[in-house]
Design a protein around this ligand. Structure first.
Ligand code: LLP
Length: 421
C-alpha cells in the first residue's frame, strides 16, 4: 500500500496534487511519500516485535538525507556499503552505533573512516578484508565489532544480476568454510566476532529461499557456539520483493517474513538485524515525466517522454516492469491505446515499456512511474549530458525539494580542459 492515490481525477502524493509539484519543479523528477516510507519501516519493525532487533535500512535503495533522517527519526538504523554512504548517513544525523557496514570490497580508507567515526559492526566478506580490518583496529587501539557474511549456496530465484547467495556469486565466504574462517577471526586481537551475516539477493517473491538460508544460519550458530564463539547477533540481510506489476503480483508481506525469522531463528536468543531497502523505499516513490511527442511508427505508436534510461535505468538493465499511469485521469469513455514508452536517449535500450495499454496520451501530458523509489534516483547518471533530476519529499499537504536540479553550468563546469589544449 502506498499514499499515491487518485483524488477527483488527479494523482496525489499524499495530499499534494502531483501536477502541482510538476508545475513547481519541472519534469522529470522523483517524488517520495513520507507516510509510505514510515509505513513500510513500521511493518518490518512490528514484524520483528518480541525479538531484540534493529531494522537497518539499506540506504543504497534511496539515499537522500531527507529520507535517511525521516527513517532514522522513526528508529531505523542504516546499512551502508561505501565510505560515501557512511558519511551521508552521519550527515543525516544517524549515530555510528546504528550503522552497519556491508560490501564486498571495503577499502582500508573506508574501514579507517568508519572505525574512527563509530560503527555498529562490519559485515566481513573475505579473509583478506578481515586481516586489513584487524590491522586498522590495532593501529587505532580499537576492537572492531564484526559479523562474517556467509554464502549459504541457496538459489534466491530472482534476476541473475541481483542474486547473491549462490556459490558462484562474489559475496561472503562459503558456508562450508565458515568454521575455519571464524577460528581465524576469533584469534585476531583487533576483532570482536559478534555474529553471522547473510543476504541472498533482492526482489525475492517467495519465502522458501529465506527459510533454507536461515535454517543453515541456525545450524551454524549452534556449531560456532559449540566451538566457543559468542554468537549473539544475526544480520539477515534484505531482499523482500515488492509488487511492481500490481495487477498480478502479491509477494509475501513483512509479517510473513517476521514469522519465518521467529520460527527459524527465534530459539537462539540472538539480536536480529535486517537490511531492507526496496520494500521500504520502492513503492514510496514515483518518477514523474512529461510526454514530449506522440510519434507514429510503422506498426506502433511511440510515447516519447522527457525521462530517460539515465534517470531510471531499471527497465534497460534488468528488463524491469514499472506500472506507468497518467497523472490526470482521462475523460470517461476514452478508448485505451497501446504505446511503446521511450525516452530521448540515443539507444534502443532507452525503452521503458512495449505495447503498454494506456489511456490516450498527448504531448504535454504527465505520466508517473510507480515503484520507482528504490534504485531509481540513486542509479541515475548524466548520460547524454542530461542533468540529474530533482527529488521531492511530500509530507501531508507539504512538499519540499530535497535535491534540486543542477544547472547546465554546474554539470558542464566540472570538466577541466588541460593547459596543452
Ligand atoms: N543488504 C545487502 C548486503 C545488499 O546487497 C542489498 C541489496 C540489500 C541489503 C537490500 O536489498 P533490498 O531489500 O533492497 O532488496 N539495483 C537493483 C537491486 C540491487 C540490490 C543490491 N543489494 C534493482 O534495481 O533491482
Amino acid at each position: 500500500m502506498d499514499h499515491f492515490l487518485n483524488k477527483d481525477g488527479a494523482l496525489h502524493a499524499e495530499d499534494v496534487p502531483v501536477a502541482e509539484i510538476a508545475a513547481a519543479v519541472g519534469t522529470p523528477f522523483y517524488v517520495y511519500s513520507t507516510a509510505t516510507l514510515l509505513r513500510h519501516f513500521h511493518l518490518f519493525d512490528e514484524a520483528l516485535a518480541g525479538m531484540d532487533h534493529l531494522v537497518c535500512y539499506a540506504m543504497k535503495a534511496a539515499s537522500n538525507q531527507a529520507i535517511l533522517k525521516t527513517l532514522g527519526d522513526a528508529g531505523a538504523g542504516m546499512d551502508v556499503v561505501s565510505g560515501g554512504e557512511y558519511l551521508r548517513a552521519k550527515a543525516a544525523g544517524i549515530l555510528g552505533e546504528r550503522i552497519v557496514f556491508s560490501g564486498v570490497g571495503k577499502t582500508r580508507d573506508e574501514i579507517h573512516l568508519a572505525l574512527s567515526g563509530g560503527i555498529r559492526q562490519f559485515n566481513v566478506e573475505s579473509e583478506p578484508e578481515m586481516e586489513v580490518l584487524n590491522a586498522v583496529a590495532l593501529e587505532l587501539g580499537k576492537v572492531a565489532p564484526i559479523t562474517i557474511r556467509v554464502n549459504p549456496d541457496v538459489d534466491a530465484k530472482t534476476h541473475a544480476k541481483i542474486a547473491t547467495g549462490k556459490s558462484e556469486n562474489k559475496f561472503g565466504i562459503p558456508i562450508s568454510r565458515a568454521i575455519e574462517v571464524y577460528a581465524m577471526a576469533g584469534a585476531m586481537q583487533g576483532l570482536d566476532v559478534m555474529g553471522i551475516d547473510v543476504h541472498i539477493g533482492s526482489q525475492l517473491t517467495d519465502l522458501t529461499p529465506y527459510e533454507l538460508a536461515y535454517q543453515k544460519v541456525a545450524e551454524l550458530t549452534e556449531e560456532l557456539r559449540a566451538q566457543g564463539h559468542n554468537i549473539r547477533r544475526l544480520d539477515l540481510g534484505g531482499g523482500l520483493g515488492i509488487p511492481y506489476e500490481r495487477s498480478n503480483e502479491a509477494p509475501p508481506l513483512p509479517s510473513d517474513y517476521g514469522a519465518l525469522v521467529k520460527r527459524t531463528l527465534g530459539h537462539l536468543g540472538c539480536e536480529i538485524e535486517i537490511e531492507p531497502g526496496r520494500l521500504i523505499a520502492g513503492n514510496a516513490g514515483l518518477m514523474v515525466s512529461e510526454v514530449i511527442y506522440v510519434k507514429e511508427g510503422e506498426d506502433r505508436e511511440f510515447l516519447i517522454i522527457d525521462g530517460a534510461m539515465n534517470d531510471l535505468i531499471r527497465p534497460a538493465m534488468y528488463d524491469a516492469h514499472h506500472d506507468i499511469i497518467p497523472v490526470v485521469e482521462p475523460a470517461p469513455g476514452a478508448e485505451p491505446a497501446k504505446y511503446d514508452i521511450v525516452g530521448p536517449v540515443c539507444e534502443s535500450g532507452d525503452t521503458f515499456a512495449k505495447h503498454r495499454t494506456m489511456t490516450p496520451m498527448h504531448a504535454g501530458d504527465l505520466v508517473a512511474f510507480r515503484s520507482a523509489g528504490a534504485y531509481g534516483a540513486v542509479m541515475s547518471s548524466e548520460y547524454n549530458s542530461r542533468p540529474l533530476i530533482p527529488e521531492v519529499l511530500v509530507k501531508g499537504d507539504q512538499f519540499a525539494v530535497i535535491r534540486r536540479r543542477p544547472t547546465f553550468d554546474e554539470m558542464i563546469n566540472r570538466d577541466t580542459i588541460p593547459e596543452w589544449l
